[in-house]
Design a protein around this ligand. Structure first.
Ligand code: UDP
Ligand code: MG
Length: 139
């Protein structure tokens, strides 16, 4: 597949546990280039909007609380087949089900505190990237 882009966040547990450097190294070693990046903290309204698709799920309130509990790193990544390959690199949502060697198998604490976000489609990658970055912040 042609070069495309995905969106990621290093979630609060990755920052708390000192894993920023290790996770970014895994991402760049896997061939992703960083098109945009920021260190920030989501407000409650931003987290609610970002995860609006999960609003009816039982874990939504806990997810919003967790995602606003500390800083995150948001980034747009580029690579051939970026969306699919990044989901492979991060592994399953629940780290106990994540393939060995994936980011979540190495660094996630639990199904909720699972180290990283990765977009699930090209369409959502564009929406999520534009949610966090203006055109002037993308290189
Ligand atoms: N999540 C959770 N409990 C669940 C499912 C999901 O706390 O049972 C959280 C988890 O942080 C996950 C996020 O909600 O990463 C979004 O869920 P999704 O099913 O989209 O998983 P992902 O795409 O991140 O693998
Ligand atoms: Mg998802």
């Amino acid at each position: 597949m042609a070069t495309n882009r995905t969106f990621t966040m290093l979630k609060p547990d990755s920052i708390e546990n000192g894993n920023i450097g290790n996770i970014l190294q895994m991402i760049t070693d896997a061939g992703f280039s960083i098109k945009a990046m920021k260190y920030t903290q989501l407000t409650e309204s931003q987290a609610k909007e970002f995860y609006a698709v999960h609003a009816e799920r039982p874990f939504y309130a806990e997810l919003v609380e967790y995602m606003t509990s500390g800083p995150i790193i948001a980034a747009i990544l580029e690579k051939d087949n970026a969306v699919v390959d990044f989901r492979t690199l991060i592994g399953a949502t629940d780290p106990s089900e994540a393939e060995e060697g994936t980011i979540r198998s190495k660094y996630a604490e639990s199904k909720g505190r699972n180290a990283v976000h990765g977009s699930d489609s090209d369409e959502n990658a564009a929406i999520e990237g534009n949610f966090h970055f203006t055109g002037a912040e993308i290189f």
